[in-house]
Design a protein around this ligand. Sequence first.
Ligand code: FE2
Length: 411
Amino acid sequence: MLFQNALIENAGKAVDIRVSEGKFQEIAENIAPLPGEEIIDLHNRLVLPPFIESHVHLDTCLTAGDPVWNMSGTLFEGIECWSKRKDKLSREDIRERVHRVARMYAANGVQFIRTHVDVTDPSLTAMETMAELREELRDVMDIQIVAFPQEGILSYPNGKQLMRDAVKLGADCVGAIPHFEFTREYSVESLNFVMELAAENDLLVDVHCDEIDDEASRGLETLAARALEMQMFDRVTASHTTAMHSYNNAYVLRLMRLLKMSGINFVSNPLVNTHLQGRVDTYPKRRGITRVKELTEEGINVSFGHDDIFDPWYPMGNGNLRDVVFMGLHVCQMMGYEDIMNSYRFVTTKAARTLHLGEGYGIAPGRPASFVVMDAKNYYEALNYNAPVLASYKAGRKIAQSSPVERRALF
Ligand code: FE2
């Protein structure tokens, strides 16, 4: 198969891409077609590596309003709504919703998902079901599962054992929620526990870290210190870190040195945290977002995620990471020309580093021929005009397509 006239990652000059046996074979200008080769002219459209959802909770997705809507929009009412919905949680229910949301993601060019799955449930139903779904969807969606202790590890009955059991069920990553543990001591112990668990089982780590507006919430320094001492570096990810927004600058200056030495990744969730954080403030109200701009400027890897899709905590979300990037650029004040042009990296190459996709990702000869074609010349245009993903190819096979969108004034 020969794709002609592709503008790869905002390149100014079009190239052709030859794909065979599921891999990129050749990328160059004016490749001569082979006899009988299928030719697809992309007409100078943007080609990107596939989009990556680096942080979502698939086990709760698509449940907003069922059985009740979150009328205040707060985290606490969200928890109440979810406790009513939890009664209906079953394998079939999870399977049906995950299949539906996977198709929504696929239609928007997403091919990789890291999902957190609540393991503070003695039956581990969601964890077991998600492990099955990961296998079932493998041809169309690569799913990484984080064993996520929503209600804590030390602060939940049998929390450590549930984490160990989730690892046996096939978790790819282990998580923690230090800011939710009863005490600071529990918080530190929970982080030590998951780092050991990950090291013993050769797993990645992704912690819901300091997702609170409390400037005293400092799980991050412990996580980064362990990542450095245990030499786990970029196998470790700190998600959310919204408390960093409220840390004093003198502390951040000191912390930044450790963060750089530790090599850990960050995931920020601009839609959900803008919506949920700052709720105890009157005015001025803090933005619920970590210091993406400063971390990025220091060369630290940060990606963006949805976090929630149409559930009790976030009443919107449609699997289109464009909205995540759009909000992220606004709230992080990263609207310079280069910032906008390169912002696709928050949901592609930067997320790939977090997920440790390595050679399995990226547009280069020898790698799986996975890419998306957007109805735009570059990402600035794609972002501004909310361009559709016209085609999504995974290992050479088309798994989703859309039509160009026409919005026309009649004068
Ligand atoms: Fe989350």
